[in-house]
Design a protein around this ligand. Structure first.
Ligand code: SAM
Length: 212
């Protein structure tokens, strides 16, 4: 899997290559899809949600320019796999807080993260569209669900010089944006079209928008 992601240009740094070689993706999956753990595909994890395809995890990790010691916030824990990859890069001196709106997924992610040995990840249950003020400011924020626009609380909770990576757009597809905060200046880069499940909540889509 890692060799293919590298050959296709999704993995570009030794840090992300190392993390994705180490984190056991199968531990984060329900038993019925474990056989496909190392295929480059999103998979069902319950509650109508998915674990992102490995190439998307690699793309986001590279875009975030993660470094050892970073404090990271993730919105959309899902299986916990992406949080584990980020935790592996930021190391023991770094930390990751991840928020999931489905309590059942949050609990499964906690168990998988513990089993995989990631005690530098805290899994919270709640509405991540408003971020997590108590842990702010963050060096990096990763949103792994599609938002209608960039939630203001996430920008407020980002450190000066920090990076936010977030899919923004409609329910069918979004643009993956990398947002850099430099004092009062915000620069935004479009990294291409992506398809994520929606960010629901106060600063996200309303559940009634989801007519498919
Ligand atoms: N990062 C995940 C992984 O590694 O498995 C994949 C995330 S999945 C594509 C998106 C997740 O975002 C879903 O589990 C969904 O329930 C969650 N989500 C959607 N809106 C949310 C919100 N407002 N707060 C927290 N989680 C949310």
């Amino acid at each position: 899997m890692v060799a293919s992601l590298k050959a296709r240009g999704y993995i570009r740094s030794p840090e992300v290559e190392r993390a994705m070689s180490i984190v056991p993706r199968h531990l984060f999956l329900p038993a019925d899809v474990r056989g496909e753990a190392y295929s480059d595909t999103p998979l069902s994890i319950g509650e109508g949600q998915t674990i992102s395809a490995p190439h998307m995890v690699a793309m986001m990790a590279e875009a975030l320019e993660l470094r050892p010691g970073h404090k990271v916030l993730e919105i959309g824990t899902g299986s916990g796999y992406n949080a584990a990859v980020m935790a592996e890069v930021v190391g023991k001196e770094g930390s990751t807080i991840t928020i999931e709106r489905h309590a059942s997924l949050a609990e499964k992610a906690r168990i998988a993260l513990r089993e995989a040995g990631y005690d530098n990840v805290s899994v919270m249950t709640g509405d991540g569209s408003i971020g997590h003020e108590e842990g702010a400011p963050y060096d990096r924020i990763a949103v792994t669900c599609g938002a209608p626009s960039i939630p203001r609380p996430l920008m407020d909770q980002l450190k000066d010089g920090g990076l936010l990576v977030i899919p923004v757009g409609g329910l069918s597809y979004q643009s993956l944006l990398r947002v850099r905060k430099m004092g009062q200046n915000i620069s935004t880069e479009d990294l291409g079209s992506v398809v994520f499940v929606p960010l629901l909540g106060e600063k996200g889509h309303r559940p009634s928008d989801q007519v498919r």
